[in-house]
Ligand binder design. Structure first.
Ligand SMILES: Cc1ncc(COP(=O)(O)O)c(C=O)c1O
Length: 384
């Protein structure tokens, strides 16, 4: 039964396979005893194997053990969980924060916890799958707006008479690498509240998974736009991308965080993150706070790659960040380009439907790439 379905996927070029590394994550990785330059990870600052972080993780194992063996609301949490929450709240400029087990668990737990049957959610058509699933799990009505189209949001909000409204957007879109116009979106929420609602009846929920550690000197999308962490803005983000660790957070008002702690099912009914993971996230935040050079290097590498790819005639589909999609047209062509890169010792995977509507090669640049890595990528793309 499933083999027939798999056969169809294979015929369409849509069958996915896991590729397991035999090396740490990093700018160079090994598959099948061969080294590849890696343009596929979200390890934007190269922190996933950083010696300072590894040392902190080892110490945390001695102090707290390797597993947590219960949810946070039982005995799973430890004082370093709370320390990380205090640190992330300070980092994001909010009253409070809560650590959740992954970005996926955060969106699928928080959204149903805040959006009831009296709520309308307005969601960007390119929002991450975890947001889509969070909306599906909630009892709210979900209304999709055209990608980054502020006037479409305004029109849709105006037409809807739900008691509560939430606009949800990725800050950096994970497959396109462009940035949501947060200030304009927030102004719509404010205007709607002052003309039709109560002060915080329309919330803005941002998923800053790819903004944290990358935008606004690492502090994320609100800093990038010089915006304040207003009470009606909910900031969700992950430790799993630029921070090189694992897990997620949500930051906002104290009462909001307490509500999530009491109602988000993915928080309540899941074992707390292991201490090693918490220690890694803490250490990564310390590094980012103390060293903006890493972020500068990320951006200078990003600009080199983006210019190099554009100069040889490729379309990078509106990318503004270290996520650089390369338009390749058909699934067949995408597999051909990805295959050629792989032959040349470069790993940049083909991204195909249903992950995206339009197939592409998704290149992610990190601070750890060298000029030679970048030159080899551009040369291989030129050959295709
Ligand atoms: C925008 C966005 N939100 C959420 C997630 C999920 O995060 P995690 O991998 O920590 O589950 C991802 C990454 O996959 C993402 O790109």
């Amino acid at each position: 039964m499933f083999s027939e379905r798999l056969k169809i996927l294979k015929e369409k070029g849509l069958l996915r396979e896991i590729k397991d590394r035999s090396s740490p994550q990093g700018p160079k990785i090994r598959f099948d005893n061969r080294e590849y330059i890696n343009f596929s990870s979200n390890d934007y600052l190269g922190l996933s194997s950083h010696p300072y972080i590894i040392d902190k993780v080892k110490k945390s194992l001695d102090a707290y053990g390797s597993g947590t063996a219960a949810s946070r609301l039982l005995s799973g949490g430890s004082t370093i969980h709370k320390e990380l929450e205090d640190k992330i709240a300070l980092f994001k400029g909010t009253e409070s924060a809560l650590v959740l087990n992954s970005g996926y668990a955060a969106n699928t737990g928080i959204i149903p916890a805040i959006a009831d049957e009296d709520t309308a959610i307005f969601s960007d058509e390119l929002n991450h799958a975890s947001i889509i699933d969070g909306c599906r799990l909630s009892k709210a009505k979900t209304i999709i707006y055209r990608h980054k189209d502020v006037s479409h949001i305004e029109e849709l909000i105006g037409k809807d008479n739900a008691k509560r409204k939430i606009v949800i957007t990725d800050t950096v879109f994970s497959m396109d690498g462009d940035i949501a116009p947060l200030r304009d979106i927030y102004n719509i929420c404010l205007r709607w509240n002052s003309e039709h609602g109560t002060p915080n009846s329309t919330l803005l929920y941002i998923d800053d998974a790819h903004g944290t550690g990358v935008l606004g000197n690492g502090r994320g999308a609100l800093s990038h736009f010089d915006m304040k962490p207003e009470p009606s803005i909910i900031q969700m983000g992950t430790f799993s991308k630029a921070l090189g660790s694992f897990g997620a957070f949500v930051a906002g008002r104290r009462d909001f965080i307490e509500w999530i702690l009491n109602t988000a099912r993915s928080f309540i009914f899941s074992t707390a993150l292991p201490p090693g993971v918490i220690a890694a996230s803490m250490a990564a935040l310390e590094l980012i706070e103390g060293d903006t050079e890493l972020i500068q290097r990320l951006w200078s590498n990003r600009d080199k790659v983006a210019h190099g790819i554009k100069n040889i005639g490729y379309d990078i589909m509106g990318s503004e960040t270290p996520i650089i999609p390369v338009r390749t047209g058909t699934v067949e062509n995408t597999l051909r380009v990805s295959g050629h890169l792989y032959e040349k010792g470069i790993y940049a995977p083909a991204i195909r439907p249903p992950t995206v509507k339009e197939p592409r090669i998704r290149i992610t640049v990190t601070a750890a790439h060298t000029d030679e890595d970048i030159d080899r990528l551009i040369e291989a793309l030129r050959e295709v």
